[in-house]
Design a protein around this ligand. Structure first.
Ligand code: FES
Length: 366
């Protein structure tokens, strides 16, 4: 008779009963496992398919988001290190999510994959969701604890390669149960499966990236930006300034010079008005704060500008020209693109408006 126990009591039905109970747990956890795997798969493929994620000038890029989060994250020094090699870290995040997703969906080294999912979710919590109040409005902390279930239990022997590997390794007649050789055989069979899964992941990532670029990436106007001199060379406020432009035939028309004797217009000149076509938006760096911002031109004579920093947790919003809204990629916040007012999601207040106007054919901001 077996001496195993269940909840501290002797289990008279033996270890086979324990295995059945564990398997039952695996079936019960299957919906959560599928949800976590599919969600991480989606997040990963979305990043890989979006060229703007890797394009430093885009507000939805890894660089822009990391810079926006750096000042308010408790792991700012780590973010600072990541900004030294942003393309590498952007790729690591996307491929890390993909590896975690494939591992947990296939049930291969499930505990290890779940630990990876916990670490990624914890990183997102300490950056993207750190300023979210109350804390449970941010989903990342929930993901941390959801992953912890699989870090502790694995896949429960249900629909997983872990169970298949164990049965194959145990089937070898030459190894004694619990021997070092048997453990080595487990690892060998597991490594072979992991290599095949990694090759599948590589093909999936490559195909997704190619398709994303062929489709032109996201429809947001994230790739275009106004050219503004860096803060060190920018003039102080209330000083006339005109940015240098390349002398090409396609260059925008020259801005009319103010009449002699007339007081110079106030504010900082960003670019000729023609740099922002009517009905479109461009990103720029707010000369006053050094933070990313959006410049929109709703009519030929009017421009409006807003800080691109979401008032919820500091992510950089994107402009959706079709809906005439700013959309926050972190928690789905949406803002009116004419007023900056909150339309949906958790942001507590409107986007900060930046005074902007067209003077003598050029865009100026205060
Ligand atoms: S940071 Fe949460 S909605 Fe923008």
């Amino acid at each position: 008779m077996s001496t195993s126990t269940t909840y501290g009591r002797p289990n008279l039905l033996g270890p086979e009963w324990d295995r059945l109970r564990f398997k039952q747990l695996g079936w019960r956890l299957l919906p959560l496992r599928a949800f976590l795997g599919v969600t991480f798969l989606y997040a990963s493929l979305q990043k890989l398919a979006n060229p703007n994620y890797f394009r430093a000038g885009s507000p939805s890029s890894f660089v822009s988001q990391t810079r926006a989060l750096e000042s308010r994250s408790p792991i700012a020094p780590l973010l600072h290190v990541a900004l030294h090699a942003p393309a590498l870290f952007a790729l690591l995040v996307a491929l890390g999510e993909l590896a975690v997703a494939l591992g947990v969906l296939a049930g291969l080294w499930t505990r290890l994959a779940a630990v990876g999912g916990m670490l990624l979710s914890l990183t997102f919590f300490l950056t993207v969701s750190w300023s979210t109040t109350p804390y449970f409005y941010g989903s990342d902390i929930v993901f941390v604890f959801a992953w912890s279930v699989f870090a502790m239990c694995g896949a429960g022997g249900v629909l997983c390669l872990d169970a298949w590997i164990a049965s194959r390794a145990d089937a070898a007649p030459t190894y004694a149960p619990g021997s070092v050789d048997l453990v080595r055989r487990h690892l060998l069979v597991g490594a072979r499966s992991a290599t095949l899964l990694a090759m599948f992941g590589g093909v999936l990532a490559g195909a997704t990236a190619l398709l994303g670029r062929a489709a032109g990436g996201t429809k947001h106007a994230g790739g275009a930006s106004l050219t503004v001199d860096p803060p060190s060379s920018a003039p102080t406020k209330h000083h006339n300034h005109r940015p240098a432009r390349a002398p090409t035939n396609s260059a925008p028309p020259a801005v009319a010079a103010p009449q002699s004797g007339a007081p110079p217009p106030s504010g900082t000149a960003l670019a000729p008005a023609s740099a922002v076509p009517v009905g479109e938006g461009r990103t720029f760096t707010d000369p006053a704060s050094g933070r990313p911002a959006w410049m929109l031109r709703p009519s030929p004579s009017k421009v409006v500008a807003f800080s691109a920093t979401c008032t919820h947790a500091g992510c950089t919003v994107q402009f959706d020209s079709a809906a005439n809204e700013f959309v926050c990629p972190c928690h789905g916040g949406r803002f009116n693109a004419s007023t900056g007012a909150v339309l949906a999601g958790p942001p507590p207040s409107p986007l900060t408006q930046i005074p902007a106007r067209i003077v003598n054919g050029e865009i100026r901001v205060d």
